[in-house]
Design a protein around this ligand. Structure first.
Ligand code: UD1
Length: 317
């Protein structure tokens, strides 16, 4: 049994990771100020975790929480390209100051390793596909810049202070616990909830844009592997699936899964949007032994089931 800490543990990806760590019998501390996460995401685990409602920018309490922790999984962020365009300073505070605070606290109390949630958005407008880690980052949104800086800080902390870090570049993660309620929520959570309610999903642009949509269980397994890996320390790694789907294809698949024949609505493209994204996952395969266990269609089915269950629970309350 080990002691882990998950920042952003009440959020979408963090809460899935916490559940998996608890299931494996570990002690888990969760840090989350509930600014974008929800305590309900952890309700099934309430007696099994230590919950700390702390802002990650508060380094002093973090030091205390990190004391005796083996690995910190840093998932806390304002995880939105669009929000970073609207309010770059607020996002910068959470995503850069917050990451630096986590690294400093971990260094100070001699945490062995920090695994960081980073993002495919660092690749930005580089049109080459698939994206591999030797390409120079060219972010086109403040969010991409922030995630790039987070990676660089992580690498520096390994070099300067010997803190082990592994930065995982997530590619468009989706699955249970993703919050569909904001205008800026991940596209799949919005499409699924719309279609379950019989509403047309809204496509920004022509719908030909494509993403390497990655089911959250794959990301959780990458984190568990990164906690123990002996290679890739002080490095960045793509975590995706190596396949991409256009938004038009997504709507077609969802119609089949949900049992509808809803036509999407089209709105103008979004500022800061990129056209295509696809991960080369060779590095994570080699260094972590990572393979995506859940393919896109299966992940979509599971996510639709989860949103269906949530809706039926809300109705019966
Ligand atoms: C980007 C990052 C991703 C990061 C995420 C955090 C890339 C390739 N990906 O995701 O790694 O985790 O930010 O926010 O940079 N869309 C619609 N209708 C909607 C909502 C979105 O058509 O209702 C479109 C968007 O315009 C975009 C695509 O769907 O073309 C995906 O959007 P979204 O889910 O917001 O993620 P990204 O911005 O690609």
């Amino acid at each position: 049994m080990k002691t882990f800490c998950v920042t952003g543990g009440a959020g979408f990806i963090g809460s899935n990771l916490v559940a998996s760590l608890v299931e494996q019998g570990h002690r888990v501390r969760v840090v989350d100020d509930l600014s974008t996460g929800y305590k309900e995401n952890l309700s099934a685990l309430a007696g099994s975790i230590d919950f700390h409602p702390i802002d990650i920018c508060e380094t002093e309490p973090l030091r205390e929480i990190f004391s005796g922790v083996d690995v910190v999984f840093h998932e806390a962020a304002i995880p939105s390209v669009q929000k970073s365009i609207l309010n770059p300073q607020r996002s910068n505070h959470a995503n850069i100051d917050g990451t630096l605070s986590v690294l400093v606290a971990a260094r100070d109390v001699k945490v062995r390793r920090v695994v960081l949630a980073m993002s495919s958005s660092v690749y930005g407008e580089n049109p080459t596909l698939p994206k591999n880690e030797s390409m120079p980052p060219r972010p086109i949104s403040p969010y991409g810049v922030m995630k790039m800086v987070g990676e660089w800080y992580a690498q520096l902390f390994t070099r300067l202070y010997g803190l082990e870090t592994l930065a995982l570049r997530y590619f468009n993660v989706f699955g249970p616990h993703q919050d569909p309620t904001s205008e800026y929520s991940g596209v799949l959570s919005k499409f699924i909830t719309a279609m379950l309610e019989g509403r047309p999903p809204v496509i920004f642009g022509d719908g030909e844009q494509s993403r390497d949509f990655t089911f959250v269980d794959n990301v959780v397994s990458a984190n568990l592997l990164a906690a123990e890996a002996t290679r890739g320390i002080g490095e960045v790694m793509n975590i995706g699936t190596g396949r991409r789907f256009s938004l038009k294809e997504v709507v077609r698949l969802l119609n089949r899964i949900v049992g509808t024949s809803i036509q999407p609505r089209y709105d103008p493209p979004r500022l800061g949007d990129i056209q295509h994204s696809l991960a080369d996952i060779g590095r994570a395969r080699e260094w972590l032994g990572y393979t995506p266990q859940v393919d896109f269609e299966t992940g979509l089915q599971r996510t639709v089931e989860w949103f269906r269950r949530c809706r039926s629970q809300v109705k019966t309350v």
